[in-house]
Design a protein around this ligand. Sequence first.
Ligand SMILES: Nc1ncnc2c1ncn2[C@@H]1O[C@H](COP(=O)(O)OP(=O)(O)OP(=O)(O)O)[C@@H](O)[C@H]1O
Ligand SMILES: [Mg+2]
Length: 302
Amino acid sequence: MARIECPKCKHVIDTPGIVTVCPECGADLRGVMDEMAHRRERLRDVGRDDSVTTHEFIVRTKDLHKIYIMGEVEVPALRGVEINIRRGEYLSIMGPSGSGKSTLFNMVGGLDKPTKGTCFIEEVDMAQLDAFELAWLRCRKIGYIFQTFNLIPVMTALENVTLPMIFAGMSSDEMMDRGAMLLDLVGLGDRLHHKPYELSGGQQQRVAVARALANNPAIILADEPTGNLDLQTGKEIIDLLKELNEQSGVTVISATHDLKMIDVSDRIVHIRDGQIERVEKRADLDLDIGTLGSGAKPELGE
Ligand SMILES: Nc1ncnc2c1ncn2[C@@H]1O[C@H](COP(=O)(O)OP(=O)(O)OP(=O)(O)O)[C@@H](O)[C@H]1O
Ligand SMILES: [Mg+2]
């Protein structure tokens, strides 16, 4: 765990990111924390792999394997997944239940570690990060959306959306303004103080979208974001994600069963038994709409 030293009283703090003022003297620690984060970023730049043009791919996985151990049984969930995802892309991961979509999602989102292989976010090898760096990356670079919304039930919409901002060390005024702005952006400007149980499923997922955008992430990872929604509401969430993708350039990676996602995706990665079966490009589908799903050749990273 990374530590920081209070610039005023030299007290050492073990949990920067959670504590933003020195517990000894009350000094504001955010400047030191930002400086440390910048320094870490610069350090990472030095270690970048130059064999791939820097930042051309926002996500890269190399020979990604995940084997779950269940007592004496090994469950191979991912078996050598290689994919390059460009900045600003809208990518859907499709496949039957149990094919490994959520597992891949968890690896890319730094929520779990691969058994073998590597996952790079902006050319940073996630396996090389310590707990603090990983938490920083998850907090600042990635926004998560889940099938079951995962909102905190005792918090209002605004509190749910501003929660990640606390971890990023934003000031209270900034948080309130940004939280209200984001909820307005997703069409919930008049629902700031509603708790999740006072909102419909679609509205809850909109709060989750706003929360995912809290710290202006480069990537939104959405695992079955429309799985618990009816057709029309699901379409509205997909349209919202597409709009964000087009207007703010955020990269959207979505694991889905929802065929409506095909319309908005730049590429569709089909996964089966933990392996990439084929990759379809939107451009090809536009040209050949009558043969949707007929199997374009895999062209990873193109
Ligand atoms: N924590 C775990 N422990 C053991 N096995 C697991 C675990 N998580 C997933 N698996 C297994 O790994 C495989 C891939 O699961 P995963 O959840 O990634 O599938 P999925 O494509 O997301 O499916 P769904 O569409 O139903 O969400 C499955 O065989 C599943 O049983
Ligand atoms: Mg899943």
